[in-house]
Design a protein around this ligand. Structure first.
Ligand SMILES: [Zn+2]
Length: 165
């Protein structure tokens, strides 16, 4: 996917995540929702820009398109208490490249240069790239909603069961 696609994906995803994390159930709550969208949206959008820096430095779709880099961005806030949410941008960049475009990414680089991708993506230059970006973002938000709403419920139920309810 090109830069336009990645920025569109990051912004749409951030708006969706902002609503999921801080739902505006009434108008009075809208400022809090907007604040959450900005809070997650700026780092996610910056994170989504990171992988394609490897078009200039290193090997494109390899050097900054791999799981070790994602793990580093996940670990960074834990270690340094900084750069929260940037990893979500890096992750969504990978998802869009793997699911939305023909060419895959080298998930296990530098251990392996093999590029993994789904066979049904479109070419980066395709006129369908924007539609694919919307579809992929929608699926990501469905997964995020399931995690945000279902997982706590599941954990609660498991906890209740474990103490005999
Ligand atoms: Zn990329």
């Amino acid at each position: 996917m090109n830069k336009k696609g990645h920025v569109l994906n990051a912004i749409l995803l951030s708006i969706g995540l902002g609503y999921l994390l801080e739902p505006a159930t009434e108008l009075a709550h809208a400022p809090a929702t907007l604040e959450m969208i900005v809070l997650v949206g700026v780092p996610i959008t910056l994170g989504a820009m990171v992988p394609d820096i490897d078009t200039e430095f290193g090997k494109h779709r390899k050097t900054l398109h791999n799981l070790p880099l994602l793990a580093a961005f996940v670990a960074f806030p834990e270690i340094f208490n900084n750069l929260e949410y940037v990893w979500i941008g890096v992750l969504t960049h990978y998802v869009l490249d793997v699911a939305g475009s023909k060419r895959g990414i080298a998930l296990f680089y530098p251990l392996s240069s093999h590029e993994f991708g789904f066979p049904f993506g479109v070419a980066v230059s395709s006129k369908h790239a924007t539609v694919v970006t919307w579809v992929v973002t929608g699926l990501e938000l469905a997964v995020a909603a399931a995690i945000i709403y279902e997982v706590p419920q599941l954990v609660l139920e498991m906890g209740l069961q474990s103490i005999g309810y």
